[in-house]
Design a binder for this molecule. Structure first.
Ligand code: SAM
Length: 285
């Protein structure tokens, strides 16, 4: 229930996060904003109505507009006019946080550019929820959203993120996830990964293992529902073994010193480290 004593809202655009499954994952602040805003805007008005009904937030006679990627151009001037008129406008995605693989970016940018107040009431997002459950490092991560749906473009996009020094996070559809995992194992190497699905819902599940293992499991028992795929960063071992091979190659055609200079320049690794690698390789020869 929203706070019955909450103050009227100041004019401005309020971006609120909505649950990604369990309806009670809405925040109290988001409910307060929904209860008090002059204008309600949603990617999917039916979902927002249902959410407000569940939490006992009355609509009153307030206008509710739909705003999504296909009507943003027409709707923005109308919403900017409401803001110019001193109204408080709340915007909600169908699920999760606006702008995270969802509309809202152009709306927020327009409000900011026109000098209106812009506020965010944070809450659920599948990317963060998945990271907390996957068992992969969370100190650094890269959210890559949805990969392209065609195989060639998907493999190219995977190549682009291959060297990112952080856990990779993707949104994926159940129809494509097995093929995506197979491509990822092929392009990125057979790294550790996780497939997190139906988070905060009845059939919440996290499958962990090597990418090849999760891909096989996705072929054998196709996962249903909404899915996040997480992949560990390129391992230190891989990073170190690549220059070692390159160094061995160079040492066949140049002096140790020149080969060390060459690999130091090529990789950006400390010279001392490359030199020690060269000494080790000379000893093996
Ligand atoms: N704005 C949302 C957010 O903050 O997470 C994401 C919207 S995007 C259109 C929908 C995708 O998010 C789904 O296809 C799925 O990949 C992921 N997703 C959303 N809810 C999820 C859930 N409960 N469990 C797993 N993945 C979810």
């Amino acid at each position: 229930m929203p706070n019955p004593n909450s103050k009227p809202l100041a004019a401005g655009l309020y971006l609120i996060a909505t649950p990604i499954g369990t309806a009670r994952d809405i925040t109290l602040r988001a409910l307060d904003i929904l209860a008090a805003a002059d204008v309600l805007v949603a990617e999917d008005t039916r979902s927002l109505r249902r959410l407000m009904e569940i939490h006992g937030v009355p609509f009153g006679d307030r206008p509710m507009y739909s705003y999504h990627e296909h009507n943003g151009g027409q709707m923005r001037p109308r919403l900017m006019a409401a803001l110019a008129d001193g109204k408080s406008v709340v915007y909600a995605s169908e699920a999760g946080t606006p702008m995270i693989s969802d509309p809202g970016f152009d709306l927020a940018r327009a409000a900011r550019e026109e000098g209106f107040a812009l506020t965010s009431a944070p809450g659920a997002s599948a990317v963060i929820t998945a990271l907390t459950l996957a068992g992969l490092p969370t100190d650094r991560f890269f959210f890559a959203g949805f990969l392209p749906s065609t195989k060639t473009a998907r493999r190219r996009a995977l190549e682009e993120v291959s060297a990112v020094p952080g856990t990779l996070v993707f949104y994926e559809s159940p129809q494509r996830v097995a093929a995506m995992l197979e491509d990822a194992a092929d392009i990125l190497g057979d790294r550790e990964g996780a497939l997190a699905r139906e988070l905060t819902k009845k059939f919440e599940e996290v499958r962990r293992g090597k990418l090849s293992e999760i891909a096989l499991s996705a072929r054998e028992t196709p996962p249903k529902g909404e899915i996040v795929v997480l992949i560990e960063r390129r391992s230190e071992k891989i990073r170190e073994s690549v220059p070692e091979e390159r160094l061995r190659e160079q040492m066949q055609t140049m002096s140790v010193r020149d080969a060390v200079d060459f690999i130091t320049a090529e990789t950006g690794l400390p010279r001392r480290q490359v030199y020690q690698m060269a000494v080790k390789l000379s000893g093996e020869a």
